[in-house]
Every structure is written in structure tokens, then in C-alpha cells.
Design a protein around this ligand. Structure first.
Ligand SMILES: [Zn+2]
Ligand SMILES: [Zn+2]
Length: 324
């Protein structure tokens, strides 16, 4: 039995985004943070505020991402039913989960691995439950080489602690692609993504809710016909978490790089009749303002072609929770 993290409130399905960046962790450098803070301070006064007691009121009038950006850590998502949870990938965002778990008593973790690009596994050696006796970490993946690769993360000279010296018990489980697998009480079906190295998205089901995890994904296949056996990922999904690292105008140059766009996500929602999508795997080359610029372009594309869908859509930000 695992403990119940703070952000769980009711039955159904809750999704928490511990890391939403793509490819490599990225924060602004010091100088650009200062420029960003300068802009926010100017906005404070332009908005008619003048006293320090009004700071909270000003912040509440903005979205969190306007003030703090969309996040710096790479991909890690947690899906919970209120009693149990599973983690999807161990990018640098898993460190925040680790920090939280250390003192909340959760002693068993279930981690799905989509593929082995660095941004999806780089946080694993820093997930502290690995080092603690009495803890158990279960890894699940379609890839048969998963155990070898996870073992290789804990190895000198790139990491000081050997796999054999880990305090926790580590267990490896195989997932079957295109089949319903049971993972800690969740039904998980892996589907193939459009990505240069074999990568799987996950359909996660519990309590009549469906979460469709679709990064890293260029989404070259957009229709049910083109997706074929992989169309099952999106059918009746309550929330799609979708790779939008790039902008459609850049896709000619970035063809084959394995990442998608907001436009492609809208198209998927249109083709499958879906109602909610969050865009992520944010481009590490983007500043906060660049990401807001990308969002503005997505908004224009949505208004022009997809507004009839009445979609609930947004950019995911680090630390965000969504209840389904
Ligand atoms: Zn990635
Ligand atoms: Zn990748």
C-alpha cells in the first residue's frame, strides 16, 4: 500500500506533471531571469498596483506560467487514482517527486519507461528511493533491454553508486505493446509513437477515466486510418498529453526529429472527437516569452480552424495537476 500524496483529493484520475521540458533541462540564465523579473515588475506598476501588500493580488491576476514560465525539468508524469499511482518516465522532473516522497512514507514506486533518450531517464539516478532499504521500485517497459540500460545508469565512472549497491529492491516487468497490461491497479496499453528510436505512448485507464500520454511523438500519422493499430491510444481519451516541441512553420526543417506541434494535436482531437489536450515536451531552446509566443500562434491556428471543437487546451506547466 502506498501513501496518498497531498495533491490527491477524490476518486477518478489525477495527473501530475513533475517535468514537462523536452530533450534537456533548461532554465533561463541569470541575466535573462533578471530581464524577466524586470518585465514582471514593470507590469505590476502598469497594472495600477503600487504597494507590496498588492503583490499577491497581482500574481493571482496572472497565470502561474506567466510569472514563472512553463518549467525547466524534463519529462516525468504521475497518474493517480487517489490510493495508488504510477510514474511515466524518469526525466529530471522525477527529482521533485523524490523530494516529496522522502518524507511522505511512500515506499513502493511503479515507473513506466517509454524509451531511453536521455531526457526520459536522466533523473533516475537521483530518485532517492533507489538508495533506501525497505523500498521497492518496479520498472515496466516494452523494451527487452530495459534492465540492462537501467543497470548501466548506476555504474562508475558516470555514477558513484553501483546498481548492486542500491538499498531498494528493483524489479523489472515486461509490457506488451497494443495489449492491456495491469500496472499497480491501472490498465496500461502501450502504443507506438512516431519517433526516430522506438518509443511508446501509454493509454492509462482507471475508474472509467482515460489518460493518453503521447510524447515523444512527431504525429506524422493523424487519422484513424493512418494510425491503424495505434489509433487505440486516443479513443475516448479524457485528456491527451501531447508533444508540441515545435511550431508547424519549422517542421520542414525539423522533419524526422520525432516531435510534434500544437496544430497536429488539434487535428488529432478533431479526428477522434476529443475534448481536452495539454501540450508539452516544451522546446529547451525557448525562453518563457518564446513559449508564450508559440502559444499565441497555436491560439491563432485554433481560432482559425478548430474553435468549433470547443476544446479545453493549454500548455502544461511543471507542478501542474489535472483532475479527470
Ligand atoms: Zn523526449
Ligand atoms: Zn525521445
Amino acid at each position: 500500500m502506498t501513501s496518498i500524496p497531498q495533491w490527491f483529493t477524490l476518486k477518478g484520475m489525477n495527473v501530475k506533471f513533475w517535468g514537462v521540458r523536452g530533450s534537456i533541462p533548461h532554465s533561463l540564465d541569470t541575466q535573462n531571469w533578471v530581464l524577466h523579473i524586470e518585465k514582471i515588475m514593470a507590469d505590476f506598476f502598469k497594472s495600477g498596483y503600487s504597494k507590496s501588500e498588492q503583490i499577491q493580488q497581482f500574481i493571482k491576476s496572472k497565470s502561474l506560467a506567466e510569472i514563472g514560465g512553463f518549467g525547466t525539468a524534463t519529462t516525468c508524469v504521475e497518474v493517480s487514482d487517489g490510493d495508488n499511482s504510477i510514474l511515466i518516465d524518469g526525466g529530471s522532473g522525477i527529482k521533485s517527486k523524490s523530494d516529496q516522497s522522502d518524507y511522505k512514507g511512500q515506499k513502493e514506486f511503479h515507473i513506466l519507461i517509454s524509451h531511453f533518450h536521455f531526457d526520459h531517464i536522466m533523473g533516475l539516478p537521483f530518485f532517492t528511493p533507489h538508495f533506501m532499504k525497505g523500498y521497492t521500485i518496479h520498472y515496466y517497459s516494452v523494451h527487452p533491454e530495459t534492465e540492462d540500460i537501467i543497470r548501466s545508469l548506476f555504474k562508475k565512472p558516470t555514477f558513484p553508486v553501483a546498481f548492486e549497491g542500491l538499498g531498494a529492491e528493483i524489479k523489472f516487468h515486461s509490457l506488451k505493446a497494443h495489449e492491456k497490461n495491469q500496472v499497480n491497479g491501472f490498465t496500461v496499453t502501450p502504443y507506438k509513437m512516431d519517433h526516430p528510436d522506438l518509443c511508446f505512448g501509454f493509454r492509462v485507464e482507471k475508474n472509467n477515466k482515460v489518460y493518453a500520454h503521447a510524447v515523444d511523438n512527431e504525429a506524422v500519422r493523424l487519422t484513424k486510418g493512418a494510425l491503424g493499430v495505434d489509433a487505440g491510444l486516443y479513443e475516448n481519451a479524457d485528456l491527451v498529453y501531447f508533444d508540441a516541441q515545435y511550431e508547424e512553420a519549422d517542421m520542414q526543417a525539423k522533419k524526422g526529429w520525432g516531435h510534434g506541434t500544437c496544430d497536429r494535436g488539434f487535428e488529432i482531437c478533431s479526428n477522434f472527437g476529443l475534448k481536452q489536450i495539454l501540450f508539452a515536451h516544451h522546446d529547451p531552446a525557448f525562453s518563457i516569452e518564446d513559449s508564450w509566443g508559440q502559444k499565441k500562434k497555436a491560439s491563432q491556428a485554433y481560432e482559425k480552424k478548430y474553435s468549433h471543437l470547443n476544446l479545453k487546451w493549454d500548455f502544461a506547466y511543471e507542478g501542474q495537476t489535472v483532475k479527470l
